[in-house]
Every structure is written in C-alpha cells, then in structure tokens.
Design a protein around this ligand. Structure first.
Ligand SMILES: Cc1ncc(COP(=O)(O)O)c(C=O)c1O
Length: 387
C-alpha cells in the first residue's frame, strides 16, 4: 500500500523527536509539564453546555443538518459581527458554519487551488496554511513574519511569479504562534494586494476574543473593501473554550462562501444542529466568559514573561492569544533549546521552527495549563536555567 504523493509531500513532523524524548522521560517516571499545545484547560461555559443539553433533547436537531446552517446560527453570527466588530453581514449569503477553523482552512485550499497554483502563507504560521495547499495538489509560498516588522509580512517582497500563481493568502491576527496583534495598515495593504492580484484573502480570526491590557482585536472585514476580496474564519474554539466542539463560521465574500459550500456538500454533512444552537448561546451570552478567560491568560502571561526575564530571555508580553513567543538564547537552535529545557527541567516548549522556517530562533509557550502547573513549570525554568 502506498500513500498518495500529496500525503508524502507533507513536511516532516518537527515535534516527532521531541515527542519521543517526552515519552522516554514519562516512562522513567519523570513528571513532564507540557506547555506545548494550545488547548484551553478550563471547561466550556455552563450556559453553552446547558444550551447543547436542551437542544440535544429536541428531535428537530437529530437529522442531517444542512451545510448552510440553521437560520438562527447565521443570524447570531451576523448580530455578533455587527455588535462586536461593526461589520454588517448578510446571513443568507455571507455566513455559513464550519466544523472548526482547521476544516475550513483546509477545505478552502480544495475549493480554490489547482495544480500549479499557490497559497501565500504566514510563516511562522498555523501548519494547515502550508500543509493544506500541498494536500490540494498545489504549493504554499512562505510569507515571512519578522519581529522587526511587528510580525507583518512584506507583501511587496513576494516575487512576481508567486504573486501571479497565488490564489489564496492566509493571515492570522491576533497571531499564532507569535502572539502579535495586527500591525497598523496591514489589513488595508492586504485588501489592495488581493485586489491587484485576484487573490482570495483568508483571515483566520481564531484569537480575536482573547486579548489583554485593553486591546480589542478588529475583524479583517471591518477594513474598507475587505468583503470584496476576502473571507474571515471565526472560530469559537479558543475564546469560548470549545475546541472539542468543532465550531466556527466562515463569513465574507459571498461567491467564496458559495464555492466553499458547494465543496462541503460533497465532503461532510454540516454541523450537528444542537451544536449550532449551543454556538448561538456562546455568541449571544458568552462574552463575559471569554473576558474572564482573557483575564486568566493575562495573569499567566505575566507569570511566564517575568520568569523568562529572570532567566535572561528577552520577551515582549503579547497583547492577545494564549501564547508567549520568545527568542532562544544565543548559541541554540529552536530544537536544541527546547531539548535542553526538556532535559534540565522536564518542561515541554514548542520549537519555533515547527511553525515554519521563519520561526527558527524562537520558542512558544502555551498558557493553557492550570495556574498551579504553570507556576511549577516556571519555578523549574528559574531553578534549572536561571543564573
Ligand atoms: C491560528 C489557528 N487557526 C486555527 C486553529 C484551529 O482552530 P479550530 O479549533 O477552530 O479548528 C488553531 C488552533 O490552534 C490556530 O492556532
């Protein structure tokens, strides 16, 4: 049996060696603390769970859903976008559910790329921006996000040949893994760039509801012209502690949403209707829970940033997301530093290079572990790496 050549082109999994070492440590009985994965550790808000429980008892939710989504789901997304971002959306043509941002981003590649086409993908970035195009039989072209540019890509630097073959552009602010918020003017430049080169701009809004210090994250679609050239994928996973629920919406340019819908009718049968009802509850009444979670992450961010400074790592405290992105000390690669930390303190960090070539020289800490474990991890870093 031979896997497809598409599958074989997927880049090697950079966590593999680290995972082998973690497993070996655990087998020796060592208490390993993982700050690797970004998966909220606290439960989904009760009002969302209650809405699901009630909706699940209604036989009206038990049959195949439609890929268009329930009218009240689309209405709730439209109301949320108007209230939260000042963006007007037509619930009939500009909104449909997605089974998580991951599914949506992957399937956009299938919907829009042919062999020879390319997707421009933030680097470092969420791995589906680069794996998705390859699985769709096309290519991905890295858009380096550099600290000196506030982690904005230099769209003018994209080579002409890549601009011409690009059909998709993936951006994400607040950003995983860098924690950066959108630099001034970038969304406007993106609209102009997408229009000039007939590219569908895809903004991944997975972290807009997790922000600190008074920062309020905008929607890409609030940028003049954005709805004509782009879509936004809004996920409930991180902001509402709903990673397991597979709940998101794609909103924006109607023709793009229609193509995605046509593709999806051939792939899956939509989102369980009771989950759609629960998502309505989250969007209408979950704001306080999201704000409470942001406050929890802010406290953890401060704990981690203080500890990193104490051990000599210079770090900019992020204004958003559930991550801290920091440079590895001189003389180390991302992988060698993460291995050293695992060896010395049994704490797992993510090597920046796992998110793309431009992530080399950095590591990522996820704040999604309970305060007590995070405190313990931080003490271990201080005592084994400090001084
Ligand atoms: C930038 C980004 N996009 C998308 C996702 C996946 O989101 P979802 O759970 O909605 O599939 C993640 C998860 O880590 C992410 O970091």
């Amino acid at each position: 049996m031979k896997p497809s050549s598409r599958l074989e082109r997927i880049p090697p999994y950079l966590f593999a060696e680290l995972e082998r070492k973690i497993a070996a440590k655990k087998a020796e009985g060592i208490d390993v603390i993982s700050l690797g994965i970004g998966d909220p550790d606290t439960p989904t808000p009760g009002l969302v769970v209650d809405a699901l429980s009630a909706a699940a008892t209604d036989p009206g939710t038990h049959q195949y859903p439609s890929n268009r989504g329930r009218p009240e789901f689309r209405r709730a997304v439209a109301d949320f976008y108007a209230r939260r971002f000042g963006v007007e959306l037509d619930p009939d043509t500009e909104i449909i559910p997605a089974l998580g941002a991951k599914e949506c981003i992957f399937n956009l590649n299938l919907a829009f790329l042919d062999a020879g086409d390319a997707a421009l993908a933030a680097d470092p970035g969420y791995p589906v921006y680069t794996g998705g195009p390859v699985l769709a039989g096309a290519d991905s072209v890295a858009l380096p996000l550099l600290p000196e540019r506030g982690f904005a890509p230099d769209l003018d630097a994209v080579p002409a040949a890549d601009r011409e073959r690009a059909r998709l552009l993936f951006l994400n602010y607040p950003n995983n893994p860098t924690g950066a918020v959108v630099p001034d003017g970038l969304f406007e430049q993106t609209v102009a760039f997408a229009r000039a080169h007939d590219i569908l701009a895809v903004h991944d809004a997975s972290y807009t509801e997790t922000t600190f210090d008074g920062y309020v994250a905008p929607s890409f679609l609030a940028t003049p012209g954005a709805k004509e050239v782009g879509v936004e994928v809004f996920s409930l996973s991180k902001g509402y502690n709903m990673t397991g629920w597979r709940t998101a919406a794609i909103v924006g340019r109607a023709e793009a949403i229609d193509s995605y819908w046509r593709l999806k009718t051939n792939i899956d049968s939509g989102m369980f209707e009771a989950v759609q009802v629960a998502a309505v509850a989250a969007l209408e009444r979950g704001g306080d829970a999201a704000a409470t979670m942001s406050e929890v992450y802010r406290g953890r961010r401060d704990l981690v940033c203080d500890a990193l400074r104490d051990i000599g790592v210079e770090v900019n405290p992020p204004k958003a997301t559930i991550y801290v992105w920091a440079p590895v000390p001189a003389g180390h690669s991302s992988a060698s530093y993460c291995e050293l930390v695992l060896e010395e303190s049994a704490v797992v960090l993510s090597p920046g290079s796992a998110y793309g070539a431009s992530g080399e020289g950095f590591f990522r800490i996820s704040l999604t572990v309970p305060d007590e474990r995070l405190g313990e991890a931080v003490e271990r870093l201080r005592s084994s790496l400090g001084g």
